[in-house]
Design a protein around this ligand. Structure first.
Ligand code: NDP
Length: 246
């Protein structure tokens, strides 16, 4: 799609991959709808995008709340007239070993990483169907391809999103002309590891600091690539790993 003047909702836009993607798509001419829970970060990003002659709207929302996500879609439409795509990017990764039984963190991962994506799709889909086109991008992970220590629940949520994207594409692409892409990044330098509370995992993560990770901008570029193709060419999956990661 030519992103000029296209209206793209980005969840988890307050940091990391979401913020980098908002800047990349705004640079390509998209009108970006920035959503997450932290309003100040979203407003700073909006200012930065506007200072570079881009257009951005801030709507504070929790992806686990269906009403919040309906509000995001409603405000996007009342401000910009329509919606042409969504990047379902919000996610959390409080890794822990299963025998620690951190069940509240398991629930949080399922709520944000799976239900949050379903809620994002449900909020924008009526508009994409009316438009007979658009693009849904879901941020899965290299964790959908292989388990890593402490990642049993996180990997399960990301594998779910990869398969959900496949189902979305098969149901929506032929019937409505809606493109669907699963993005599967390897280790990327962001705030994602800040929510880890398991000391054994935090010790293990120290070893990873010797590896050169991906930057959020690398994934933003992959998202831009998937979206910028002609409508006839659906990029199903983009799997990007740090060169040094096994
Ligand atoms: P960040 O922690 O920087 O970003 C996560 C974003 O999700 C934040 O903007 C946060 O915003 C938002 N978020 C979390 N919970 C909610 C919620 N309940 N409602 C709305 N927004 C929420 O990490 P990344 O940029 O790395 O993560 C982005 C995506 O990329 C995630 O889905 C992650 O799983 C995935 N990913 C990341 C990899 C990595 O190595 N970093 C590798 C593979 C995939 P706020 O707190 O303001 O609500």
């Amino acid at each position: 799609m030519n992103l000029e003047n296209k209206v793209i909702v980005i969840t988890g836009a307050s940091s990391g991959i979401g913020a980098a993607t908002a800047k990349r798509l705004a640079k390509a001419g998209a009108k970006v709808v920035l959503t997450a829970r932290r309003e100040e970060q979203l407003q700073d990003l909006q200012e930065e995008i506007k200072a570079n002659d881009g257009e951005a709207l801030v709507v504070v929302a929790d992806v686990t709340n269906k009403d919040d996500m309906r509000q995001v879609a409603a405000k996007a439409k009342s401000t910009f007239g329509t919606i042409n795509g969504i990047i379902n990017n919000a996610g959390v990764m409080p890794l822990s070993y299963i025998d620690k039984l951190k069940t509240e963190e398991w629930d949080q991962m399922v709520s944000v990483n799976i239900n949050g994506v379903l809620n994002g799709v449900a909020a924008v889909l009526p508009t994409l169907m009316d438009n007979k086109g658009g693009h849904i991008i879901n941020i899965s992970s290299s964790a959908a391809h292989s388990y890593f220590p402490g990642g049993a629940v996180y990997c399960a949520t990301k594998a779910a999103i990869k398969m959900y994207s496949e189902g979305l594409r098969k149901e929506l692409a032929p019937k409505y002309g809606i493109n669907v892409t699963s993005i599967e990044p390897g280790f990327t330098s962001t705030e994602l590891t800040d929510t880890i509370t398991d000391d054994d995992i935090l010790d293990m993560m120290k070893d990873m600091q010797e590896m050169t990770p991906l930057q959020a901008e690398d994934i933003a570029e992959a998202i831009y690539y998937a979206m910028a193709q002609p409508q006839r060419a659906n990029v199903n999956d983009v799997y990007v790993m740090p060169t040094e990661q096994h």
